[in-house]
Design a protein around this ligand. Structure first.
Ligand SMILES: [Zn+2]
Length: 423
């Protein structure tokens, strides 16, 4: 299906939102001033501001000024912070009309609507930017949300990933050509698979192939994200990739190597496996989700959490926030915060920083997003509760502004009554 037709299908989904009981986004006219009053602001970099006001003009924050007025939104009963960034989602992956996981399916009207819904749920959950890794269907959704025609987060996409299939399958020149093709197709970032599944298996690309892939991305001005486990983790850093995705099975020495090379690590703390287990019947299929893989999943949850516990003890290692949201978990992206804090021993403030300023650094967008400061995009959320004291308050996002536009404001009502994610 060509992109234009898919775009038309995506637009069809917009009608859905005319009938929800959530308020329509309030578009600010250019230059209109909005003032938000807050008692507690987490600035995204580890700082806490008290009793002040955020002044917004157009899409940007222009000042933090306790004397600014008049107040348009009084969020003083809430915890205010930058919109979250999820560095690893699959925004278009959904359950198909038969209820089964449809990640391999061709775009259809049903899946286009589902993708638009995923974007909406993700934004309502407080995620104002996501990086979607591995589908050309992301492109029209990214562009429609960027134009403000669909409610959704700012989307970056890798378009199609490079999947390593052994050292004899592609020459470095062929790999470089493939990377250039993704850029031409609109990729914001390059995704590379240098390992197979989470359970076992060794590296699926040679060092030479990996070097070519990351180097070509760099030449094009793009970041490279490598799905790397076990023996592939260190070669990914040697190749100069930006981020190691998952990283499970890396030794402490490998992790120190990442820290020394400034390579980001993006591990998952529980949501992904939880989603697979919760929707087992929907995912169950050959070859990607055989019965045996579900038997291994509870063990994989523990393995990931033990891995993160080791990783946080490595000095200087930059551990970012990526939920790996698939069908069934869009809108639940914040669950990994809860796992990180409760099961992995991460400090709540570090968990918040990972999804705000640190992720903005990892996306090379810290001049635009990831903190509350003048000059940055007005991506602002508010929680009913204090995540530093009770991490489960990340489930109660009651206010969402993206680029100066308010997409959700149920701050005057009970959070649970206002909005609930259902699957
Ligand atoms: Zn993924």
């Amino acid at each position: 299906m060509n992109a234009v037709r898919f775009l038309m299908i995506i637009f069809g989904a917009a009608a859905l939102f005319a009938f929800t009981d959530n308020p329509a986004p309030q578009t600010t006219t250019r230059g209109k001033r909005i003032v938000i009053a807050a008692r507690t602001i987490l600035d995204g970099k580890g700082g806490v501001l008290h009793d002040t006001r955020i002044v917004i003009e157009g899409s940007k924050i222009i000042a933090i000024d306790p004397k600014a007025g008049p107040v348009d939104y009084d969020l003083s009963q809430l915890t205010v912070m930058p919109g979250w960034i999820d560095a690893h989602v699959h925004i278009t992956w959904s359950f198909g009309p038969d209820g089964k996981n449809a990640m391999q399916g061709a775009p259809t009207q049903f899946l286009a609507n589902a993708a638009a819904s995923n974007a909406y749920l993700t934004l309502m959950a407080g995620f104002t930017t996501v990086q979607s890794l591995g589908s050309s269907a992301d492109v029209p959704l990214r562009d429609a949300t960027a134009r403000g025609e669909l409610p959704g987060p700012r989307i970056l996409t890798s378009v199609e990933p490079l999947i390593g299939q052994g050292e004899k399958t592609s020459t470095p020149e062929e790999i470089r050509a493939y990377i250039r093709k993704q850029k031409e197709a609109g990729a914001d970032v390059i995704k590379i698979f240098a390992s197979g599944g989470l359970l076992k298996g060794s590296m699926t690309m040679s060092q030479e192939q990996l070097d070519a892939a990351c180097d070509e991305a760099r030449k094009l001005g793009l970041r490279s994200l490598v799905h790397a486990l076990r023996d592939a983790v260190r070669p990914a850093a040697i190749a100069g990739c930006t981020t190691v995705e998952h990283g499970l099975g890396a030794s402490d020495d490998d992790l120190r190597f990442l820290a020394e090379h400034g390579t980001y690590l993006d591990p998952q703390a529980g949501l992904l496996m939880e989603t697979y287990l919760k929707y087992k019947e929907r995912f169950l299929s050959e070859p990607y989700f055989p019965e045996s893989s579900f038997e291994a999943m509870p063990g994989l949850v523990t393995a990931h959490q033990e891995f993160i516990k080791r990783a946080i003890r490595i000095p200087g290692l930059k551990i970012i926030y990526g939920s790996d949201a698939v069908a069934g978990s869009h809108g639940s992206n914040a669950e990994d915060f809860v796992h990180r804090v409760r099961e992995c021993g991460i400090e709540p403030m570090s968990a918040m920083i990972s999804a705000t300023s640190l992720n903005a650094d990892a996306l090379r967008m810290s001049d635009q997003i990831g903190s509350i400061a003048p000059g940055l995009q007005a991506d602002i959320i508010a929680l009913d509760g204090d995540p530093l004291k009770d991490i489960s308050s990340v489930r109660r996002v009651v206010f969402v502004m993206k680029g100066g536009v308010v997409y959700k404001n149920i701050s005057g009502r009970s959070a649970t009554a206002g909005f609930a994610v259902r699957h």
